[in-house]
Design a protein around this ligand. Structure first.
Ligand code: NAG
Ligand code: NAG
Ligand code: NAG
Ligand code: NAG
Ligand code: NAG
Ligand code: NAG
Ligand code: NAG
Ligand code: NAG
Ligand code: NAG
Ligand code: NAG
Ligand code: NAG
Ligand code: NAG
Length: 691
């Protein structure tokens, strides 16, 4: 009994977590399902599952304790308690952010149900009809467990008809139908309709609207047609974005940055300003954040704990001398700034002082490469901070990525709204001024740092949240020798590095190292990616640049697909998910070209060594959900495909498009672009070099 109560508490613990509408295979504790070779002993699940053998055994004991005599009812109830193991259990057990004791039981058929096994099933009625007169010990259908008023009972043994007045009452409490975004339970594992894969877009049409070379673009949080752009050196500009189809260019005055942090940012081959984020309530509180690298030797403000330390078996005095004149000479910093004082209200601010309000975090770097550095606010209001494995020869030589005592090779999740006192920061042994969200995955784990949200990453270069489905937290992760990957980041997920490189076992080509035992980890494999061998046969270089789920109507043939690119190859891929919400992607390398009427011509120089577009550093998304490509040659925006004479049957092509030139040139695979790449680009050339 004690064990059973423990189990219930364990479930309740999981269920306390608030969860957005889920639409991806996720467990009720927000973690990704794991992969199981064989069927569980008790519950009929295998493959992608949300239970391990321990939990399967707990469910079996819970079920046996119910002592259900009737075989028909018994089998239905078994299927219901086993739904915990369903890969969609997060969706089944948390409906409208409210946790449930029983999965959502399908009570009707819905015309546009995404589920293949839901047709004509009123499973809720079936449960009532079959079980209403059957005694169940510790019934999971008790009203109190569902947070509902039913028939009051003080007995632990009850029939449904003791607990609920009627089928209608019962099904009001437990029933529901699946919708576009959610699933319901019919007594067997959730299965999605295998819809036909839509054909890939004919091509992507781009226009060039700016000449500058930027690493970050962040839409203004006030929802206006403005966005912030930052470069590697540490300058941020506030630009007005031209209306789609207006023929205008980015309005940005290079000589008038919004803020200039170049005095503190250390600019070098692989160092600089890597990330920029605005507080979701920036329009009220004026808070914004920059992520950059600094150099202790050049700036006294550059001080913090060294990520090479005794906790992680790293002796700073043994680091190679080319990593700096002193251990952890270079640091990754996230610092907070404000526009208070520069305008009457934050949205009107066009400049900010480069005065640091608060240091959020400082992490001393062991080597000079692979420290990612993007920062992003999630819908949950927390700040996500992407960190690479810290570099070094032979692929993560100190095993930082798999070591949960290290912040390297991790995605961190920090609460920057509740800043503890310095006393508490010391007591909690934090690396800076933030608090730990209660539901971070490793808060209870003494062998892990509580900042960690996900681990096993190499160099997460450009992550984004799907604006329609926040559980789709996408990251490109740059590979080493063979594979570039796109991951869906989930709570506590291990993305495999450096045991795996993408789906492949990683075998370092330098001195063979005894790596983390393969069987000891349960990695989450990428959902998209490409082999190095498929691109850039000339140079062999490859480095992924993660992008966005396209959610604009500008190119309706792109809607709902995930876009990503390669830094060197100027190839752009679109990932299409079928069935929708399954996490199963098919990818296509999509041809692209520049609109003949592009506001800035995408000029080309025959024989230029630069790939088309230059180097693709990053993507951006504006407040209209239009998508931008930030490259060494400038800023490009996706425009209606017809402007490049690509056919998209979903596009409404009007014959009189003012800005369309009378004789558009036929689309080429890509317009070669040349001129205005800055010298910084040369530095950046090596930024992501893979081996
Ligand atoms: C899982 O499956 C793989 C191949 O599919 C096999 O090599 C491995 O032995 C299996 N593991 C277990 C624990 O059954
Ligand atoms: C099963 O999962 C639970 C909860 O995540 C964990 O505490 C337990 O150690 C796991 N058991 C096994 C055998 O992996
Ligand atoms: C289980 O049910 C049977 C009758 O169906 C009863 O005899 C037995 O005592 C019950 N066991 C428990 C533990 O309630
Ligand atoms: C899903 O499949 C069911 C039956 O297999 C069908 O009735 C339903 O229309 C399908 N839904 C969609 C969105 O295709
Ligand atoms: C359950 O009991 C109700 C009322 O006593 C009766 O109408 C119904 O037929 C019974 N159902 C089953 C499945 O025995
Ligand atoms: C439930 O509680 C009521 C009043 O508190 C009592 O009269 C009744 O006997 C109890 N029933 C059981 C099954 O314990
Ligand atoms: C199914 O359950 C939902 C939620 O309680 C309710 O709103 C809906 O009316 C039910 N549909 C049917 C057909 O019972
Ligand atoms: C994944 O998508 C492909 C292409 O549409 C399809 O053939 C395959 O069945 C899907 N796999 C799953 C598990 O749904
Ligand atoms: C961008 O560069 C092109 C070609 O050098 C030049 O014609 C154009 O005026 C520049 N545009 C801006 C906005 O700087
Ligand atoms: C800026 O102003 C807002 C609104 O008055 C206030 O909430 C915030 O604390 C201020 N921030 C700083 C850093 O002064
Ligand atoms: C990396 O991990 C492996 C296995 O866990 C270990 O043998 C090796 O010594 C580690 N390397 C370092 C530098 O700690
Ligand atoms: C195209 O036109 C149809 C009918 O006028 C409209 O419903 C649809 O929203 C339009 N699509 C786009 C992408 O503008």
């Amino acid at each position: 009994m004690g064990r059973f109560i423990g189990f219930i508490l364990f479930l309740c613990g999981l269920l306390l977590l608030v969860h957005p509408t889920v639409s991806l295979p996720l467990c009720s504790d927000s973690t990704a399902p794991s992969t199981l070779n064989s069927t569980l002993e008790f519950c009929p699940y295998k493959g992608s599952v949300c239970c391990n053998s321990t939990q399967d055994g707990d469910i079996q004991r819970q079920f046996q304790g119910m002592n259900i005599s009737d075989p028909a009812c018994s089998s239905l109830v078994k299927s219901i308690v086993c739904a915990r193991c369903d890969p969609f259990s997060g969706d089944l057990y948390i409906v409208n952010s409210t946790p449930r004791s029983v999965p959502l039981l399908c009570n009707s058929t819905s015309e546009n149900s995404p589920q293949s096994n839901q047709a004509a099933t009123d499973f809720c009625s079936t449960v009532w009809d079959t079980c209403q007169n059957i005694t169940i010990v510790n019934s999971p259908f008790a009203p109190s467990l569902q947070g509902r008023a039913g028939v009051p009972t003080n007995s632990s043994t009850s029939k449904l008809s003791d607990l609920w007045l009627s089928k209608t009452d019962f099904c009001n409490a437990f029933g529901g139908s699946s919708t576009e975004e959610s699933v319901c339970f019919v007594g067997e594992p959730v299965s999605l309709n295998n819809t036909k894969l839509p054909s890939p877009p004919d091509g992507l049409c781009l226009e060039k609207i700016g000449n500058g070379s930027y690493l970050n673009m962040v839409a203004h949080p006030d929802g206006s047609n403005r966005a912030f752009f930052s470069n590697q050196a540490g300058k941020v500009w506030l630009a007005t974005i031209p209306e789609m189809g207006s023929g205008g260019m980015l309005e940005l005055d290079e000589s008038k940055p919004f803020v200039d942090l170049t005095d503190v940012v250390n600019l070098d081959t692989q160092f600089g300003m890597m990330g920029l984020a605005f507080h979701p309530n920036f329009a009220q509180n004026g808070r914004f954040f920059a992520s950059f690298n600094c150099d202790k030797v050049k700036w006294p403000g550059c001080s913090g704990r060294c990520s090479c330390n005794s906790d992680v078996n790293c002796d700073p005095s043994k680091l190679p001398s080319d990593s700096g004149s002193q251990p952890c000479q270079h640091q990754s910093v996230v610092a907070e700034y404000t526009v208070n004082g520069s305008a009457s209200q934050p949205s009107l601010a066009t400049t900010a002082k480069p005065t640091e309000v608060r240091r959020i975090i400082t992490i001393g770097l062991p080597f000079t490469s692979r420290h990612a550095g993007q920062i992003l606010f999630g819908e949950d209001g927390y700040l996500y901070f992407m960190m690479g494995d810290g570099g070094g020869q032979g692929g993560d030589p100190y095993n930082f990525s798999q070591n949960k005592k290290s912040l390297l090779g991790k995605i961190m999740r920090l609460d920057i709204n509740n800043i503890p006192s310095s006393e508490d920061i010391n007591k909690l042994d934090l690396w800076g001024n933030y608090s730990i969200p209660k539901d971070n995955p490793f808060v209870e784990d003494q062998s892990a740092l509580p900042e960690i949200w996900a681990y096993g990453l190499r160099n997460p270069w450009r992550c984004s949240f799907d604006s329609e489905r926040p559980s789709y937290f996408m990251c490109g992760d740059v590979g080493q020798d063979r594979f570039e990957e796109v991951n869906i980041i989930s709570k506590g997920g291990n993305y495999g590095w450096s045991v795996y490189e993408g789906p492949l076992l990683f075998v370092p080509n330098s001195s063979p190292k005894e790596s983390t035992p393969i069987d000891s980890i349960n990695p989450i494999f990428p959902v998209m990616g490409y082999n190095h061998s498929t691109i850039n046969k000339n140079t062999g270089s490859a480095s992924i640049t993660g992008g966005y789920f396209y959610r604009s109507n500008t190119d309706p043939c792109l809607y709902g697909r995930y876009l990503y690119a390669d830094l060197y190859a100027s190839a752009i891929w679109a990932g299409t998910e079928t069935p929708k919400n399954s996490g199963n992607f098919t990818t296509n390398d999509i041809p692209f070209s520049c609109a003949p009427d592009s506001p800035i011509p995408c000029s080309s120089t025959p024989g230029s060594p630069l790939p088309a577009l230059g180097y693709v550093f990053s993507f951006g998304e504006d407040n209209d959900k239009d998508i931008y490509v930030l490259t060494s040659s400038g800023v490009y925006r996706f425009v209606p495909p017809s402007r490049c004479k690509y056919t998209c049957s979903l596009e409404n092509v009007t014959t009189t498009v003012g800005s369309l030139s009378p004789t558009p040139s036929p689309p080429s695979h890509a317009s070669r672009s040349t001129n205005s790449w800055s010298s910084l680009v040369l530095l950046l050339l090596l930024l992501f070099t893979c081996s």
